[in-house]
Design a protein around this ligand. Structure first.
Ligand code: GRF
Length: 204
């Protein structure tokens, strides 16, 4: 029996190591999801290079090419939707998606954040955790809502902060866990039905 794999579109702005982890996982035919397209808000990025190297279609929807944010958001939704995703993964996508995007893929957009939500939302999770002096931080995979790293939490993993950590070393250790957690979580979401009840992601 041939079982269709979940179609995943990944949006990324940066180096794309989380994307690469998903590409590597989906190279195994037993993995229940496949990356069918990669989009970026930047014309050039490591993520786009990684997708091209794996023969995965790419698209660029750059904010500066649109009259305003709402038009950009609608174009991003259209470009993403043209690949008919079952799941959209924001993996280091450094822009907030807007209402048109979220309405197009209700509860089917997940993001990964390098901190243990609800602590340290925003662009500098590892830096803010270090500055606060916490001893444990980590990563959070959540269903995207209209806020900044505020959506219902799907999965989290903890990472200890070491005395000699700086932002780069801490972020790199978080990313090792983040990649594993993302691969595992995408597999679970591709396989299970899930629903959102209030703040909770309920899985069977
Ligand atoms: C990840 O830590 C992600 O959570 C954050 O940016 C990083 C992206 O890394 N938003 P990469 O581009 O996947 O290597």
């Amino acid at each position: 029996m041939v079982v269709a794999r979940a179609r995943v579109v990944v949006l990324a702005s940066g180096g794309g190591t989380n994307l690469q982890a998903l590409i590597d996982a989906s190279s195994n035919a037993e993995y229940p999801a496949a990356v069918v397209a990669v989009g970026s808000d930047r014309r050039r990025s490591g993520a786009l290079d990684r997708a091209s190297a794996a023969d995965i279609p790419t698209f660029v929807t750059a904010l500066e090419d649109y009259a305003d944010r709402a038009t950009w958001d609608a174009a991003l939704a259209e470009a993403t939707g043209s690949h008919q995703p079952d799941l959209v993964v924001l993996a280091g996508f450094m822009r907030l998606v807007g209402p048109a995007f979220l309405e197009r893929f209700p509860n089917r957009v997940i993001n990964t954040h390098p901190a243990l939500s609800p602590a340290f939302p925003g662009m500098h999770g590892p830096r803010d955790a270090l500055a606060h002096g916490v001893k444990i931080t980590g990563c959070t995979i959540f269903v995207v809502d209209g806020g900044v790293d505020t959506g219902p939490i799907v999965a989290q993993a903890s990472v200890p902060i070491l005395d000699d950590d700086d932002e780069a070393s801490l972020h790199e250790r978080i990313k090792v866990r983040e990649r594993e957690l993302l691969v595992q979580t995408v597999a679970e979401l591709a396989t299970d039905t899930y629903r959102i009840e209030g703040r909770k992601v309920v899985r069977p």
